[in-house]
Design a protein around this ligand. Structure first.
Ligand SMILES: [Zn+2]
Length: 510
């Protein structure tokens, strides 16, 4: 009897085990949820860089706090005021150089591309949880100054850990801004075999003109770009509709009263006198030592930048920055190859925003930081405030990649079918409608294209304040903008457009 009972228990145990165990062909730890974990590869500044971490003298050096900057300003203010009041521009330059060095000098890397020992990122994220899903992603952060290949190696380690923790054979990578640089180095080194999806959001995949031009010493300040920069930034500022409307009105008042021109005139006079010193004694010795910042230099500026910045071709720094050239040059090919092998691949970039108004390339349409032509891997773009030439448009055999506002031709993009353009989207600025778009991409089993979703054609209009993403439908006027979203800001923009006869949102033709 005892024996019989034992036999029954054994049979029962086998039946129970078989019913709760996964099928025999599956790995014991495999997850069946159907959603591969997402790794968000963060932008520049995703991790705090700290001097003297853990000590009384601890100071954050990136995303520095205001008291630290004020303290440094206090140290140079005497020299600055004396220089400004007596017209002694050498003293002004001394003050600016000292301020930059006090505030950011310790961020400089040595000739090996290594940080000072007391300047560190004390807490980098490491994967520890098995939780995953459309609303949960692992945040990959890094020290933006360093060689992107160092981050690529750590990203690979994180991917292996996340695969093990979650029981998924692949991950989905969502890169934001400089995250695209890390992604480029990763794909160049490790390929795509662990990757199910790639999303590039506002990524300087082919660099950004502001880095290229500043590293070539090309500096320009002008009234038009300064005013447009202020105006296009306003809808994304915190503070609400009334504050945004007041600021916007102020920019038009500045325009009528000629204050922009006055400011630029003063700025240029000052800049002409001190800019060489600021470059040679502050910007080059600090930011020129960082392979991470070099990764932003577009290929077309690269050789000139090496010469201007005086990079020693036999140095370790040169080895590192030239190594990244392979990743930047090959990113289009690497993404194409991945896509052909079944990796879902998506590029999403902004346009119609005034870029940083300090460089000669200020007419490039952009998201404010990254030029649309570099983020999109090759779109043909009209200058900001213009449309593509009629002769160019007429020469297109197929106009299905032409934006309805005639500002962008996406047919020249490396991955034209899966590159979206978001009009009036300030660099990486999030809003619910964009989150919804990403959710759609991440939860899809198959590659989606600019032709496969009616609500998400290739060219979208971003309205952060309304929280919408709508198809671009031809020339977009301030009247349309106001009709779609009755905000005070949009009313002020509409009135301003009547006064200045501007044609469209980003067009401010005087
Ligand atoms: Zn799962």
């Amino acid at each position: 009897m005892k024996y019989f009972r034992g036999l029954i228990s054994a049979v029962l145990a086998i039946v129970i085990c078989a019913s709760v165990s996964p099928p025999s062909f599956a790995l014991e730890s495999e997850c069946a949820c159907g959603f591969s974990p997402v790794i968000y590869v963060g932008p520049l500044g995703c991790a705090d860089i700290v001097r003297d971490a853990g000590k009384d003298s601890e100071q954050r050096l990136w995303k520095t706090d205001t008291p630290f900057l004020l303290k440094n300003f206090g140290k140079v203010s005497g020299t600055l005021l004396k220089g400004l009041s007596t017209g002694d521009y050498d003293s002004v330059a001394d003050a600016v150089v000292e301020f930059v060095n006090l505030s950011f000098g310790d961020l400089a890397l040595d000739s090996e591309g290594k940080s000072r020992e007391n300047v560190t990122v004390p807490e980098l994220n490491i994967p520890s949880s098995s939780e995953h899903g459309p609303e949960i992603s692992f945040y990959f952060d890094y020290d933006f100054r360093l060689d992107p290949f160092i981050h690529a190696q750590r990203l690979n380690e994180c991917i292996q850990q996340i695969k093990e923790l979650t029981g998924h054979p692949k991950v989905q990578l969502k890169a934001s801004s400089m995250g695209g640089v890390v992604l480029s180095a990763y794909l160049e080194t490790y390929g795509y075999s662990d990757v199910e999806t790639v999303i590039c959001q506002c990524c300087p995949l082919w660099g950004t003109a502001v880095a290229g031009e500043l590293f070539c010493g090309k500096f320009e300040l002008n009234a038009e770009s300064l005013r447009r920069y202020a105006q296009t930034a306003i809808p994304s500022l915190d503070g609400g509709d009334v504050a945004q409307s007041l600021l916007y009105t102020l920019t038009d008042v500045f325009r009528i009263t000629g204050i922009w021109k006055l400011l630029v005139g003063m700025g240029n006079k000052l800049a002409d006198r001190i800019i060489d010193r600021v470059f040679s004694d502050a910007l080059i010795p600090i930011f020129g030592t960082m392979p991470g910042i070099w990764s932003f230099v577009p290929q077309e500026y690269y050789t000139e930048a090496l010469d201007f910045m005086g990079i020693d071709r036999s140095s370790e720094l040169f080895n590192r920055i030239s190594h990244y050239r392979t990743a930047q040059t090959n990113i289009a090919g690497n993404l194409l190859e991945a896509r052909e092998a079944g990796v879902k691949t998506y590029i999403f970039c902004g346009y119609n925003i005034q870029r940083t108004p300090l460089v000669t390339a200020w007419k490039n349409t952009s998201d404010g930081t990254v030029d649309t032509k570099y983020a999109s891997l090759g779109a043909t773009c009209a200058d900001l405030g213009e449309t593509l030439a009629e002769t160019y448009i007429d020469s297109l055999s197929d106009k299905k990649y032409l934006s309805p506002d005639r500002m962008i031709d996406a047919s020249t993009c490396a991955l034209a079918d899966c590159t979206w353009f978001n009009r009036d989207w300030l660099h990486c600025n999030g809003q619910p409608a964009i989150d919804e778009f990403y959710r759609r991409l991440l939860t899809s089993d198959e590659q989606l294209t600019v032709f496969s979703m009616e609500e998400y054609p290739q060219f979208l209009q971003n309205d952060k304040n309304a929280g919408t993403l709508t198809p671009v439908t031809g020339e977009y006027s301030y009247r349309d903008l106001f009709r779609e979203h009755h905000s005070l800001l949009n009313l002020v923009r509409l009135i301003g457009s009547f006064i200045f006869k501007s044609r469209s949102v980003g067009l401010f033709n005087a």
